[in-house]
Design a binder for this molecule. Structure first.
Ligand code: NAD
Length: 499
């Protein structure tokens, strides 16, 4: 397939499916792949219709059934997974570039964060595979009761556009480590880096067919994938509305489901906090990754006694954030991922005003950088938690600050949300911290630290932020099923019937 050269790294002119170790059809429904930095079309996605999804699933099923991967010795699988990680390291700049060009995430964040994380996902699960032990119960007289873990089969792995490769690679590593095959469906907005990664998987020695890729819109390619009768389980990261549709379809097929969804997470700043550090972290919490993160601390709850100081410092720093091309190493905030998304984010400025919120900074597109999809880092001060900007996930560089007076009020506001993904707490007063741990209803709580993730620990939310957990042992539990084996230590006596 022909390729065009952009800044030293090739970008495929067409991104198709990748099945059985090869890119597939060249014709079909086309979608533009756009560089959000200047709205330029840089590639074309050729959508996989249902028959191609079927081919991808059948290929993964055949790979699973003939055991070309799952029957390999653990050491062999570990070696291949480590090789994948090495290849990601070697291609770090290229993968970062591809991701940057269709997501608008700043290059330097990709080079230091998401792409090394992709390599780490594979190293981590390779090591995990070498450590995990099966279970044995010896209490039943005359028996050893073994509890074995076996791969579930073919996994559908569906991802969003805000961290395409880092998230998809975590799912792939977890799925194949334990012997599953999979079919990935990245967001139609950001197919480039995941597609290139497929080639690296094959180069590293993952047998063709074990990991297949289909590209296309959710309503076409994604729905066909989830509904496919030969898909055994579904791991989904994306929005809550989509998750409702996926869970209806997966429920019909009784397929296990892991749902990592959106959030409107509280970042609680108490008067007992180190305010400088809390401001630093609040900025990172809402503006990193161009504000497009599920983990964003997008509702910043600030105790009224320190509100004025916090707001002044936060808004002043937000105004100084360096907005620019995501390819520029100095850039702190790049463009939003696509035009319609920017319009949606911008719409929340009027929504905030209508609810009586005060605009503290930003609130408009960056005219000097048109036609790129840039939006000024924005913060509003809400009157209370009933404002729509406190209740709905905006998924952009848009912070909502909400005042509170007492601890009770802080927890009531934090928990008064449809979502329950994560939460952040800032206080140097230990009793306050300890109380926060038990009061906050969310899948994860960070104390006096911005987001860091430990892949050994479960990650996921509650309520509209989803259910199911991935990471370490949780991934193992999700991507395997338990098979119990009763093994007699001496021949057991068998009642003789029918004599
Ligand atoms: P989205 O729900 O629109 O799409 C996610 C994926 O689902 C895409 O690949 C899309 O094509 C596919 N899809 C859409 N409809 C489908 C259907 N009917 N059947 C099958 N697949 C379908 O989400 P998005 O806009 O791409 O991503 C943003 C959302 O993802 C935000 O809500 C964000 O919070 C969430 N997110 C959550 C996490 C987490 O770990 N909890 C991480 C990143 C992003």
């Amino acid at each position: 397939m022909s390729q065009s050269m952009q800044a030293g790294f090739p970008i495929r002119e067409q991104v198709t499916s990748f099945i059985e170790g090869r890119y597939t059809r060249l014709a079909g429904h086309e979608l533009p792949v756009v560089f959000p930095g200047d709205a330029r079309r840089i590639s074309t996605l050729v959508e996989a219709p249902a028959d191609e999804v079927d081919a991808a699933v059948r290929s993964a099923r055949a790979a699973f059934e003939d055991g070309r991967w799952r029957r390999q010795p653990v050491e062999a699988r570990q070696a291949v997974m480590r090789k994948v990680a090495d290849l990601v390291d070697q291609h770090r700049d290229e993968l970062a570039y591809l991701e940057c060009m269709n997501s608008g995430i700043p290059m330097r964040h990709l080079q230091k964060g998401q792409i090394p994380r992709t390599a780490y996902n594979f190293r981590f699960f390779a090591e995990f595979l070498g450590q995990h032990a099966e279970k044995l119960h010896g209490q039943t007289d005359g028996y050893l009761t073994l509890v074995l873990r076996e791969p579930v089969g073919v996994a559908a792995l569906i991802g969003p556009w805000n961290a395409p490769l880092a998230l998809t690679s975590m799912k792939i590593a977890g799925a194949i480590a334990f012997g599953n095959s999979c079919v990935c469906k990245p967001s139609e907005v950001t197919p480039l880096a995941v597609a290139r990664f497929m080639e690296l998987l094959v180069e590293a020695g993952v047998p063709p067919g074990v990991v297949n890729l289909v590209n296309g819109r959710g309503g076409v390619t994604g729905e066909a994938l989830v509904a496919h009768p030969q898909v055994d389980l579904v791991s989904f990261t994306g929005g809550t509305q989509t998750a409702r549709r996926i869970s209806a379809s997966a429920g019909e097929g009784l397929k296990p489901l892991s749902l990592e969804l959106g959030g409107k997470s509280a970042n609680i700043v108490f008067e007992s906090a180190d305010l400088d550090r809390a401001v630093d972290a609040a900025l990172v919490g809402i503006f990193s990754n161009n504000g497009q993160q599920c983990l964003a601390g997008s509702r910043i709850l600030v105790q009224r006694t320190v509100l004025e100081r916090f707001v002044e410092a936060f808004a002043q720093r937000a105004r100084k954030l360096r907005i620019g091309s995501p390819l520029d190493p100095a850039t702190e905030i790049g463009p939003l991922a696509f035009q319609a998304h920017r319009q949606r984010v911008a719409g929340y400025v009027d929504i905030a005003r209508a609810d009586g919120a005060q605009l503290l900074c930003g609130g408009a597109p960056v005219e000097a950088l048109e036609p790129g999809f840039y939006f000024q880092p924005t913060a509003v001060l809400a009157r209370d938690n009933t404002a729509r900007v406190c209740r709905e996930e905006i998924f952009g560089p848009f912070a909502t600050i909400v005042p509170f007076d007492t601890q009770d009020e802080a927890y009531a506001i934090a928990n008064d949300s449809e979502f329950g993904l994560v939460s952040y707490v800032w206080s140097d007063h230990q009793p306050t911290v300890m109380r926060a741990l038990s009061e906050i209803r969310a899948g994860m709580v960070w104390i006096n630290t911005p987001m860091t993730r430990d892949l050994r620990a479960p990650f996921g939310g509650i309520k509209a932020s989803g259910y199911g957990r991935e990471g370490g042992e949780s991934s193992m539990k999700f991507y395997t099923f338990e098979k119990t084996v009763m093994l007699p230590t001496v021949p057991p006596s068998i009642p003789r019937m029918g004599i």
